[in-house]
Design a protein around this ligand. Structure first.
Ligand code: GLN
Length: 219
């Protein structure tokens, strides 16, 4: 029996409003993980972790508003394991520039959109990461650049000095597209994050924000 049918393995959600969610679902299937395409607030309740795929972050924002998913998603990402790739990384950042835009605000980073040029300038590089197993192929497509990170952000890989794979507590983010390469180390790493949080029986506490108005998430 494939590992995917093991009832105790976590279900990994893939936000399926737009972008290359099908490639993430395939990557999860490749490594025998259970997955669920997430399109509604109800779907979110069934997943142990969530992948926000690449695509177009402005389109994600429009669709999240249309589906009334922005706030449920914001609550999810504050507490539960979440992995954002490319546009997903932009959505997770605290601050977005070029131009400024709304975001979920859980990754203590400033992210500059389309920082490496136009679609035609997209490229495939092989870089070192702090994951075991040697250099990793990385597909960059109209990628953002992480221009600043906070102290609690762990940098797992860099490109020309700029972080390209980072982790802050329950949040993992890549400015490239690991789902488009054959190497599944980053998806495995994320599943390990989900399993560790589930095994500890601990879900990260909502972050304390300096907001004057309490939100449901930090009460
Ligand atoms: N350029 C896109 C944006 O700014 C991201 C591209 C991608 O996800 N491959 O949203």
């Amino acid at each position: 029996m494939p590992h995917s049918t093991h009832a105790t393995s976590p279900i990994i959600g893939v936000l399926a409003l737009q972008g290359d969610y099908a490639s993430h679902a395939q990557a999860l299937q490749d490594i025998g993980a259970r997955s669920l395409l997430v399109r509604t607030k109800e779907d979110l309740a069934h997943v142990g972790g969530l992948i926000l795929p690449g695509g177009e972050s402005t389109t994600f924002l429009k669709l999240l508003a249309r589906e009334a998913l922005f706030e449920p998603l914001q609550q999810f990402v504050q507490m539960r394991p979440t992995f954002g790739t490319c546009a997903g990384c932009i959505l997770l950042a605290k601050k977005v520039c070029n131009p400024e835009q709304q975001s979920l605000g859980v990754l203590d980073a400033t992210v500059e959109r389309n920082a490496y040029g136009r679609q035609i300038d997209s490229e495939i590089l092989t870089e070192e990461t702090s994951l075991p197993g040697g250099p990793l192929e990385m597909v960059f497509i109209r990628a953002p650049r992480i221009v600043e990170v906070g102290d609690r952000v762990e940098v797992l890989a860099r490109r020309d000095g700029a972080p390209i794979l980072v982790r802050e507590r329950n949040v993992l983010a890549a400015t490239f597209h690991p789902e488009l390469s054959e190497d599944r180390r980053i998806h495995r790493y994320f599943i390990q994050m989900v399993e560790e949080m589930e095994n500890k029986g601990h879900r990260a506490q909502p972050k304390q924000t300096p907001a004057t108005k309490p939100t449901q998430a930090n009460l």
